[in-house]
Design a protein around this ligand. Structure first.
Ligand SMILES: [Fe+2]
Length: 311
């Protein structure tokens, strides 16, 4: 990996919550899904609109990103029919090697939903080294250019009224050596995670339960950039890592104008002798349903291992 490598353009969208397929009624399920169905029927179906999502993804395609990160909550109830619908949407977004998906809490609405439905999306979460099975597949690693994309799963079934997530000890144990090896390879480590990794970003009932354990791994092994969804709002924060501060960036829902205008981000990552230059641009849908390009910002993520400089 050399500093004169071409820059890498990564698009990031999240929480599309594709509309429920026609004909789904509470008779099709029981338990937590019933409450979530009512929530969808009363509120979310009016907020998450396919035409909003389609306007964003049409614009995204015109930007020609090298890769697209989708950070979870493609579904509402985690039903098989929703997984199939989302698979078709992912296929339209791009080739599986150029689109990376991770699950959100809605994919794990009830126990077993992600394990069954996630298999349909496998080409989009399959790492460069295929895992033995879905349970061991996260975090996955996909190296593209100078970037090491790591997909984490925080999808766990939780009680009605909760939308918490957790990585679990086993996944965190697998993450540490991935981070170390990517650092040795001089790569820019980009982590994709549905739940925000910093406390207080979302209310406790929506939190990442083992956020402190993740922060501990990052404090030991380092990372360059973390991308998340879940809150349906934009965020720009920083997290301390072994190799220095790393930006933590959240995007709003790609299909809703409710909390904030629907939006996606573009990250241009370029190797510099002192680290990685990161340019962040947001493209969102205006009330007049036009795409707006926001000002954005540029920063340098200072890292000694950039460009293979690590001893
Ligand atoms: Fe979520």
């Amino acid at each position: 990996m050399k500093p004169d490598q071409p820059s890498f353009l990564l698009a990031h969208l999240s929480d599309p919550h594709l509309p429920l397929t026609p004909g789904v009624t509470p008779r099709d399920f029981l338990g937590k899904r019933t409450l979530s169905y009512l929530s969808w029927h009363l509120n979310r179906r009016h907020r998450h609109r396919r035409e909003t999502l389609d306007a964003l993804t049409a614009d995204l395609a015109q930007q020609g990103p090298d890769h697209i990160a989708v950070t979870g909550d493609l579904t509402n109830l985690g039903l098989e029919t929703e997984y199939l619908q989302a698979h078709a949407w992912l296929d339209d977004l791009g080739e599986p090697e150029n689109v990376s998906v991770i699950p959100g809490n809605h994919e794990a609405m009830v126990k077993g939903a992600w394990e069954r439905g996630g298999a349909h999306w496998r080409p989009f979460w399959q790492g460069d080294s295929p895992a033995r099975n879905q349970a061991h597949a996260f975090p996955y690693l996909r190296v593209r250019g100078q970037v090491a994309l790591m997909g984490l799963s925080t999808a766990i079934a939780s009680r009605p009224g909760l939308a918490v997530g957790a990585l679990g000890e086993a996944q965190l144990a697998r993450l540490a050596p991935l981070l170390a090896r990517a650092r040795e390879a001089g790569l820019c480590r980009v982590l994709m995670i549905h739940h925000p990794p910093l406390a207080g970003t979302v209310p406790a009932r929506k939190a990442l339960l083992d956020a402190p354990a993740l922060q501990g791994v990052l404090a030991r092994e380092g990372a360059e950039l973390l991308l998340h969804g879940h809150s349906h709002r934009s965020h720009l924060q920083e997290i301390d890592t072994a190799d220095g501060a790393a930006p933590v960036i959240g995007v709003p829902s790609a299909s809703s104008m409710h909390h904030e205008p629907a939006a996606y981000n573009l990250y241009r990552i370029a190797t510099r002798p002192e680290g990685w230059a990161l340019s962040v641009k947001t493209r969102r849908l205006s009330a007049a349903r036009q795409i707006e390009a926001l000002q954005g910002f540029e920063t340098v993520i200072a890292r000694s291992h950039a460009g293979g400089n690590a001893p």
